[in-house]
Design a protein. Structure first.
Length: 124
């Protein structure tokens, strides 16, 4: 989870699971599932009562959308539980000589002067 995804998920989770499912997954996954089942019924079954079919259509859209939303919510919560990622510009490296922190982008330790760069030696 990137830093921007972490911040976005923080605001989404404050609004709650029900709102997340109703606004994000019912309109997409739920309606798609319900439309496919309605098309299947139109093609292969005789519809006797449009009122019951409409109620079933709405129920299927909401139920399937909320189930898919809950599954995605769980995945995002697991990633969120790992904590906020450290931005790359704040990452440090440990000096192999004195164990001090070397800031990102630096090749030389500010404490002892040790460097990752190999020194060139001239042949005698």
């Amino acid at each position: 989870m990137t830093a921007s995804e972490y911040q976005r998920w923080t605001s989404v989770r404050q609004r709650g699971l029900l709102r997340y499912g109703l606004t994000r997954f019912v309109p997409t996954y739920g309606l798609l599932f319900a439309v496919l089942t309605l098309v299947f019924h139109l093609l292969y079954d005789k519809i006797e009562s449009w009122a019951w079919e409409t109620a079933g259509f709405i129920f299927k859209a909401i139920a399937f959308g909320l189930i898919m939303g809950w599954m995605q919510w769980r995945q995002n919560e697991q990633a969120y539980a790992l904590g906020a990622p450290v931005p790359e510009e704040e990452a440090t490296t440990e000096c192999l000589a004195c164990n001090a922190a070397i800031p990102a982008g630096e090749m030389r330790c500010p404490a002892c002067g040790w460097t990752y760069e190999g020194e060139e030696t001239s042949a005698p």
